[in-house]
Design a protein around this ligand. Structure first.
Ligand code: NDP
Length: 608
């Protein structure tokens, strides 16, 4: 019966699923390691240079010892959206505190050549209608995105009173006065009625714990702190100072895929040290058609965001407005495909049939990705090494049209480590399989810290009522109501990947969060009260819901090749990237929030 469903939907299979499954598991097993997440080095102490801000000089200022109504920590999309929505609710006394020298968040730090959003810009860049702005391309490049973040800040007057190049070092609740005391590395000691932590999910660069990593005598930096003084050029490329340099890069995730084409174009010689290849499909970026932009009517962006969100959550829509690699994957690998099969069959699919269909569709999709490698790469050995052997959502899918062709350049060499990773770093370069590769410059595209405790990644602890530390409360994982508030920490809010639903279009989720938090604060103000906090029952209810809904994902990720999605192959981690998320998907999650607001009963929180 399952075979009928598959034949009807996918046609005759031209591959052996058992063979593919065995290959996937063998490739995963090659990469499993006992140290899991512990393989990475925390960027501090001797390694702290890797996180210095290379873009802006700190401007001297006197420490602040004042009072504001709302402190927002983080000037990326989360902080900006919350600031904007609070302004719309009439909040005037807002201060954004940002580690970087300006607004932008991830787009402030990630200025590497080729950086761009990989969700369509008309959905990804928030508040386009509010700012009356249309992005220049279907996928925007980093400088345009950073400029947009700054325009949002100007539009909502968030530069006013903001503290840039400032890191929060401590948050402590003053129970008597009902204020937060916010301390920073600039000697500030501010009082804030409310604090919102919009720290970002991938905000701390990490380094691989490769033996000898600190012995390299050449030049080195992490992609999120690109050294243009050394390479020349800018985010659009033109790295002319690399022309006579031997450059090495470790890491072939979403970041590596975007910057390697520029390094390949400009370096005298480029060696890419690969542990696991990414899945790289067609990008097809293009300039915005001004005639299309003319046709857009009021409300167009939210309609488009909703349309995209439904499709990438496995739902059906009459029309696919975005029509890109993301919607293509989801159309083929989710409930939409199952719906199509059940229409053809004239009955509903059993869950076993559905599961099998998704698996076969995934194999088929990934065969297409691997065929693309063969079509583009001239050298057979290199082509084999660039083929990803895992299911599509085991790692972040990538889309790029220049990445694979880069390996056809005579100056570019793929050094495949067969899943083992780089063996050693020496004074002169990098050792793989006993061979030393001499380099002038070694670039780390090794991603960001994931899977460690929330407060460690934030860089400060939070002390709530009765001196309770957030790090202690969340030692075994997050505990919140809807991801926003936690009992014992009044007037403290969280944005980002706390316990809500994960979406492909992250700013969409942040906007829903910002709307929700500002609604809550407006209610507290309307009631003439000063505090709001999750009740223990509200928190427990949401925790149960999160646990109930997250089981499927865990089973799926257990068979995946290691990466930050599955806690480097070691599933049990209360702080894992997906461990604490609501598994019912963003559509259901946004509806839960909307209904909660409409209800007006404020279940699960205590106000006043
Ligand atoms: P990732 O964590 O995705 O990738 C890190 C890379 O470093 C992997 O290829 C990893 O290999 C490799 N690596 C780690 N240790 C070693 C080692 N010892 N030897 C060799 N290789 C090693 O980081 P990225 O910065 O690429 O991306 C992080 C996330 O940021 C993305 O998943 C995405 O969510 C986001 N992002 C989004 C972009 C966009 O929207 N345009 C662009 C860039 C990033 P292995 O796979 O084997 O672990």
């Amino acid at each position: 019966m399952q075979e009928d469903v598959i034949k009807l939907t996918l046609g005759e299979l031209d591959f052996d699923p058992d063979e593919l499954k065995a290959k996937y598991l063998a490739e995963r097993d090659k990469r499993l390691r006992d140290d899991g997440n512990e393989q990475y080095i925390e960027v501090q102490g001797d390694f702290s240079d890797y996180v210095d801000d290379p873009y802006e000089k700190k401007v001297a200022r006197e420490p602040l010892n004042d009072t504001v109504e709302v402190v927002i920590i983080g000037g990326g999309f989360g902080g900006l959206l919350l600031g904007g929505r609070l302004r719309e609710q009439g909040f005037t006394d807002i201060r954004v505190i940002e580690k970087g020298g300006d607004f932008g968040g991830t787009w402030y730090w990630n200025r590497y050549p080729g950086a761009m959003c990989d969700v369509e810009s008309y959905c990804y860049l928030p508040m386009l209608e509010e700012l009356d702005y249309i992005p220049k391309n279907k996928y925007s490049f980093a400088p345009e995105i950073m400029a947009h973040t700054q325009n949002i800040a100007k539009h909502y007057d968030l530069y006013n009173n903001a503290c840039m190049s400032t890191e929060v070092t401590d948050l402590t609740w003053d129970e008597k006065e009902e204020y937060w005391i916010v301390s920073t590395n600039r000697g500030d000691r501010m009082r804030a009625r409310y604090v919102a932590m919009a720290n970002g999910p991938l905000n701390r660069p990490k380094l691989p714990g490769i033996p000898g990593i600190d012995s390299f005598k050449g030049h080195t930096f992490h992609t999120s702190r690109w050294d243009y003084d050394y390479t020349g050029g800018d985010a659009s490329g033109g790295l002319e100072k690399l022309k006579d340099k031997k450059v090495g890069i470790i890491g072939t995730g979403a970041t590596g895929v975007q910057c390697i084409p520029h390094l390949g174009e400009w370096s005298g010689e480029l060696k890419v040290f690969q542990r696991t290849p990414s899945s790289v499909d067609v990008r097809n970026n293009r300039e915005t058609d001004p005639e299309w932009a003319e046709t857009l009517h009021s409300g167009w962006q939210y309609e488009r965001m909703d349309n995209f969100n439904v499709l990438v959550s496995g739902g059906d829509q009459d029309q696919d407005l975005v029509q890109d690699g993301w919607t293509d994957i989801f159309r083929n690998l989710t409930g939409i495909a199952a719906k199509e099969a059940s229409r053809k069959l004239g009955r509903r699919l059993t869950s076993a049939e559905k599961g099998k269909l998704m698996k076969m569709a995934d194999y088929k999709k990934m065969n297409g990705v691997r065929d693309r490698v063969d079509e583009i790469i001239e050298d057979e050995v290199t082509a084999e090494a660039l083929k990803p052997w895992y299911r599509q959502f085991c790692k972040r899918p990538c889309f790029h049209d220049e990445y694979l062709p880069t390996y056809n350049r005579p100056n570019v060499h793929l050094i495949d480590t067969q899943g083992k990773g780089v063996e050693r770093v020496t004074e002169k370069g990098v050792v793989v399989d006993g061979v030393e590769h001499e380099l002038d410059c070694l670039i780390f595209a090794t991603g960001f810290e994931v899977g460690t405790s929330y407060t460690r990644r934030a860089g400060y602890d939070v002390t709530g009522k009765e001196g309770k530390k957030l790090s202690d409360k969340w030692e075994d994982g997050l505990k919140t109501l809807h991801g926003f508030t936690t009992n014992g920490f009044p007037n403290c809010f969280f944005l980002g990947f706390t316990q809500g639903a994960v979406t492909v279009n992250v700013p969409h989720a942040l906007n829903e969060q910002a709307k929700h938090i500002s609604h809550l604060l407006a209610e507290v103000r309307t009631r003439g009260e000063h505090t709001v906090e999750a009740t223990p029952e509200g928190e427990q209810g949401w925790l149960d819901e999160v646990k109930r809904t997250s089981r499927f994902g865990e089973r799926f990720r257990a068979e995946c090749t290691p990466g930050y999605y599955n806690n480097e192959g070691k599933q049990a981690n209360p702080n894992g990237f997906f461990t604490s998320g609501y598994g019912g998907g963003p559509i259901k999650f946004f509806r839960i929030l909307e209904q909660w607001r409409e209800n007006g009963t404020f279940d699960g929180v205590k106000i006043g």
